[in-house]
Ligand binder design. Structure first.
Ligand code: SAH
Length: 216
């Protein structure tokens, strides 16, 4: 795949659109500007890669809207070297944005077809998150604790296992709510048993699904 001048130009425009919406730091905008989003989309949708919209990938899932990726990344206050757990690898785009910011990413996906695709494709772009096929509700106890946890699908509540796997002082960001609309929720873990929660507007995500991993 080629990252042409045209793609680079469209990406710059996308960054400007996101900057104008406000609330996104230069560090995050730089990372969005660095990742060639058109590589992550089916060829049918290449022309739409730099519009600020979500788009279908395989298995009935979507690559999140760029502004939403920027917004969740901003809330996480990423620092170089952060160890991050992402639930919902999807296309892998969000994971690559986090890697651009210097984070070490562990990401779980329950759709086998998406997991396989990301596992093969991301290293070819020189992005090397640790990818896992499984149920994000359980997190990754063997690799805990994490500095940050990011859920990229809509959940009706925050899975306790994911709070348990967060460091004290760590941040978890998740869209919480039933059915179509979720409220972007951020928690900061203040002790082994407590956390502070803030809410950051409404968004639409595909659902975080509860039963065991699908797609074998
Ligand atoms: N972060 C992705 C967007 C993902 S859309 C990107 O940048 O492209 C949400 C993803 O969460 C979907 O791929 C869906 O299959 C996955 N998902 C849903 N429920 C899950 C669960 N319980 N565990 C892990 N992944 C899950």
């Amino acid at each position: 795949m080629i990252d042409s001048f045209r793609h680079k130009g469209l990406r710059k425009k996308l960054v400007e659109t996101i900057r104008k919406r406000g609330g996104i730091s230069e560090k995050v905008l730089e990372a969005i500007g660095a990742v060639p989003r058109h590589f992550f989309m089916d060829s049918t949708f290449l022309d739409f890669a730099y519009e600020d919209n979500a788009f279908p990938i395989s298995a009935g899932q979507t690559i999140s809207q760029p502004y939403t990726v920027a917004f969740q990344t901003e809330l996480l206050r990423i620092e170089k070297g952060d160890k991050i757990l992402e639930i919902g690898t999807g296309s892998g785009y969000q994971a690559c944005v986090l890697i651009e910011m210097g984070a070490k990413v562990f990401s779980i996906e329950r759709q086998k077809i998406l997991f396989n695709k990301a596992k093969e494709f991301l290293p070819s772009l020189n992005y090397n998150p640790k990818l896992f096929y499984g149920d994000g509700y359980k997190g990754l106890a063997a690799f805990a604790p994490f500095d940050k946890v990011l859920i990229t699908a809509g959940a009706d509540s925050i899975p306790q296992a994911l709070i348990d796997q967060l460091k004290i002082g760590g941040i978890l960001v998740a869209p919480i709510g039933q059915r179509d609309v979720q409220i972007m929720t951020k928690i900061v873990k203040t002790s082994e048993t407590d956390y502070k929660e803030t809410k950051h507007g409404t968004f639409r995500f595909v659902p975080l699904l509860k039963d065991k991993a699908k797609g074998e």
